[in-house]
Design a binder for this molecule. Structure first.
Ligand code: 5GP
Ligand code: ZN
Length: 112
């Protein structure tokens, strides 16, 4: 998907501060962090959102990697928030599936 920002990051065409990469996943710091820890975990494959896949193995790997990286970045003790925004009501702005991980400060709930 040529015009997809996250596909371009996955293909190395747009730079990002990468944290983790394997054959199917990539994690990188959010360009506009909302907390001291704020990174994204994406599949390299272009999947528009969480509702457009039934690949439970891939979804499990995304979540597993998000959890491992949250621990590696210091969130084990106080926790973190794992978020998947989906489409307009979910506040999704980049149409390529991603998990946000936010930590390093207390976060309010519920969202506005
Ligand atoms: P969404 O609103 O779709 O759930 O989240 C998209 C996230 O992607 C936002 O937090 C935004 O800051 C981040 N983002 C958008 N463009 C870029 C980019 O080019 N590089 C990085 N690292 N993050 C981006
Ligand atoms: Zn994409």
């Amino acid at each position: 998907m040529e015009d997809c920002i996250f596909c371009n990051i996955a293909h190395g065409e747009i730079p990002a501060q990468k944290i983790y990469e394997d054959d199917e996943l990539l994690a990188f710091h959010d360009v506009a962090p909302q907390a001291p820890v704020h990174f994204l975990v994406i599949p390299k494959q272009h999947i528009r959102n969480i509702m457009e896949t039934d690949d439970s193995r891939l979804l499990g790997n995304l979540l597993d990697q998000a959890q491992k990286l949250a621990v590696a970045l210091g969130c084990a003790e106080n926790g973190a928030r794992f978020v998947i925004n989906c489409k307009s009501d979910g506040g999704q702005t980049v149409d390529h599936l991603h998990i946000h991980v936010l930590g390093g400060r207390p976060l309010a709930w519920p969202p506005g």
